[in-house]
Write a protein that binds this ligand. Sequence first.
Ligand SMILES: Cc1cc2nc3c(=O)[nH]c(=O)nc-3n(C[C@H](O)[C@H](O)[C@H](O)COP(=O)(O)OP(=O)(O)OC[C@H]3O[C@@H](n4cnc5c(N)ncnc54)[C@H](O)[C@@H]3O)c2cc1C
Length: 317
Amino acid sequence: MENKVLQELQAEFPHVIRLGEPMQDHTSFRLGGPAAAMAIPNSIKQLQDILVFCRAHKLPIFIMGNGSNLLVRDGGIRAVVIKIAGAMSTVTLTEAGMEAEAGISLSALAHTAVEAGLGGLEFAAGIPGTLGGAVVMNAGAYGGEMKDVVDFVLALDYEGREHRFNANEMNFGYRQSAIQGKELTVVKVGLRLPEQDPAVSRALISDYNARRRAKQPLHLPSAGSVFKRPPGHYAGQLIEEAGLKGKRIGGAQVSPMHAGFIVNVGNATASDVEALIRHVQETVAAKFGVRLETEVRIVGESIRPVAGETRTADEHI
Ligand SMILES: Cc1cc2nc3c(=O)[nH]c(=O)nc-3n(C[C@H](O)[C@H](O)[C@H](O)COP(=O)(O)OP(=O)(O)OC[C@H]3O[C@@H](n4cnc5c(N)ncnc54)[C@H](O)[C@@H]3O)c2cc1C
């Protein structure tokens, strides 16, 4: 990627583009090398213009939300990382419930719903991502998932064209959606939410939050549960029974509080985390014959190739 083109991009969108932006400032793991460039668009129109510019100049694109499910490798991301978080967060009430832009935090969205007397999003109040990221991941907790509340999704392709998906076209599954691995950016989501007494919603949210605080190492940087739940098992339980609770490689540790989490206990590198992920996968496979798949999305470039490294579909950046 030529520096000259990145500088043109910055000149075209002043105050919106940062060059060589450290990804550790944008991920809940607090690690990861630099993005070649980062754009934080203020509006859908500006996002469209940035996508069109990148396409016209053949700049690779990587879309992120709040970085709470991302492990960015130490060599960083050789692409224009477009962060849909912070900005692009307007919400409007509709007959069915609400329509919101993808950059709003799930927590803010859930609390807005409560204040409007709408239920259904209580499960999402403690998930630290954006609405867009939650739709892509079909995020869920405490028996709820995005699939239960999404009515429709508006997404832009990398040419800036709009596509609308009704809920049944989203192919939602466990931590799965039709958007994953595609050249699409979620920009707006319609939510179908039933009326609910705010006092009931508030009580549910505070119960879920208390359960989270009691079970999860929220005081340390992480990306939540690293592995998907394998059919018929719980990842955390298998990892604990394999004797790996507290196992440490460099600054990465299998949380002594919740074995499904890997935490950054200080200056962890992405290669520490990846090495620990592999160690957990190999130990659990050898002991129980169960292959643990990562829920966390691993992206970017290694500084040194890691032995046995494999990449999945969306890790081409
Ligand atoms: C402490 C902690 C607790 C957690 N608890 C839960 C939990 O209970 N349940 C759960 O499901 N998850 C949980 N997570 C994981 C994470 O919060 C969710 O996966 C969340 O939905 C990710 O949203 P994000 O905005 O941070 O997305 P990111 O991590 O930035 O991105 C995740 C994926 O979505 C893509 N993406 C993001 N935004 C867009 C967009 N607008 N358009 C297109 N693609 C996009 C990215 O390319 C990437 O592939 C937890 C994480 C932490 C750190």
